[in-house]
Design a protein around this ligand. Structure first.
Ligand SMILES: Cc1cc2nc3c(=O)[nH]c(=O)nc-3n(C[C@H](O)[C@H](O)[C@H](O)COP(=O)(O)OP(=O)(O)OC[C@H]3O[C@@H](n4cnc5c(N)ncnc54)[C@H](O)[C@@H]3O)c2cc1C
Length: 365
């Protein structure tokens, strides 16, 4: 494999993992990312949940994604001697009789056999939770310590002299024959992993991104002792084992700001109060917010710019970056470095044929 020069833009989960895999592949890589701009990965719970949403459907591609995700986080743990990946039981509470019927149907469906466990009858779960309609177990769940992953990889890249903590200026990227030039750098490939920052990217802002704001709280509750699990009861509650809990997350496609709001905290606390017994006092210790890089068709934005050779995007991980990123990076790099075709479901080529105005760069050069 020939060694080529790459600039990865954006040091969130996507950009950090991409740069790490490029480095492992012996490629020349520079990561440019601002640690002060909005960053979804920094505020995410990092939960991997195979059965989600009101309809309790199995997440897209879960069986293909999970083994590579687990192996990738384990590989990082070994290389950097940190704990990132935490497999954990997940208990989901039914909200009404329709949920009870739906989960019964799912349990009879062989496609769900590897992700659904037993149902738990009313009254058999922890006393601290309301459980009028019972609950059920979800298997193969986990959470990933994403802030620690970012910190670990950014420190590693800093030591290797390949990380620039700065805002990338699109106007300063110019083509020089078959290469791209950015300040003192020359590159064969620029890979943009800017999360919602892609809206300012003149080469890729034609893709239909639909950012969705999310807020989470870190709560403290000295009296709440729960068996180790993630509890999903309208919102999810992740106990960290030291009487602190992460509660999340809101979902709001109408607020384009990334700041925490009083309304967001209210929504989360109201949800928590509706299922946690009243004797448990909840104290808010932290309040985080961010914008998920969600997409119109709920599939990632991956691939090559249709008219500018050497410009690529790896984005659109939406609400599921922790499970999606490792395997999709493997597929993207097999395409970039090995010439493999991309799965049409993730390839941005799916929009090139459908947009009424073909994508034209509004860059000035
Ligand atoms: C509240 C909340 C909870 C979530 N919970 C979960 C969860 O439990 N499980 C899960 O899997 N996912 C969750 N997500 C989604 C998850 O955060 C995303 O899927 C994932 O982190 C996206 O990673 P990314 O690297 O693509 O984007 P980001 O993490 O947003 O990273 C993009 C980076 O690019 C940088 N950048 C952008 N433009 C520029 C520029 N011009 N110059 C320099 N840098 C730039 C930004 O600073 C940022 O650091 C949650 C999201 C939110 C908001």
């Amino acid at each position: 494999m020939s060694i080529q020069k790459h600039i990865v833009v954006g040091a969130g989960l996507a950009g950090c993992l991409l740069a790490w895999r490029l480095e492992q592949a012996g490629q020349d890589v520079t990561l440019i990312g601002s640690t002060t701009m909005p960053n979804a990965s920094q505020v995410a719970g990092g939960i991997i949940n195979p059965v989600t949403g009101r309809w309790m459907t199995k997440s897209w591609g879960f069986d293909m994604l999970i083994s590579h995700a687990a192996a990738t986080y384990r590989e990082l743990e070994q290389q950097f001697e940190v704990e990132l990946y935490h497999p954990i039981p997940l208990v989901r509470y039914c909200q009404n009789s329709i949920d009870v019927k739906r989960v019964g149907r799912r349990m009879r469906n062989p496609r769900y056999a590897n992700v659904l466990g037993d149902s738990i009858d009313k009254g058999d779960g922890p006393d601290s939770f309301e459980d009028t309609h019972g609950s059920f177990q979800i298997k193969q769940a986990a959470y990933v310590q994403l802030p620690l992953l970012l910190q670990t990889l950014r420190e590693h890249f800093t030591q290797a002299g390949i990380f620039r903590d700065e805002t990338f200026s699109h106007a300063d990227l110019t083509r020089q024959d078959s290469q791209w030039s950015y300040h003192d750098l020359e590159a064969d490939h620029i890979i943009f992993s800017e999360g919602v920052g892609m809206q300012a990217n003149p080469w890729f802002n034609w893709l239909p991104l639909t950012p969705a704001k999310g807020e989470t709280l870190i709560l403290e509750c000295p009296t709440l002792d729960l068996p180790r699990a993630i509890y999903h009861h309208r919102k999810w509650l992740l106990p960290y084992g030291d009487h602190t809990f992460r509660l999340g997350a809101t979902f709001d496609s109408n607020d384009a700001t990334s700041e925490p709001t009083t309304a967001g905290a209210r929504t989360l606390l109201d949800a928590a109060r509706s299922f946690i017994a009243p004797q448990h006092a909840l104290t808010v210790k932290q309040h985080y917010a961010g914008l998920r890089p969600s997409t119109k068709d709920i599939r990632p934005f991956i691939g090559d710019h249709p008219t500018e050779p050497g410009l690529h995007i790896f984005n659109g991980l939406g609400s599921k970056g922790a499970s999606l990123a490792p395997e999709l990076i493997r597929q993207f790099l097999a395409h970039l470095l090995g010439g493999q075709p991309l799965d049409p479901e993730i390839d941005i080529a799916r929009f090139v044929e459908t947009v009424t105005n073909p994508p034209q760069t509004d860059a000035t050069h």
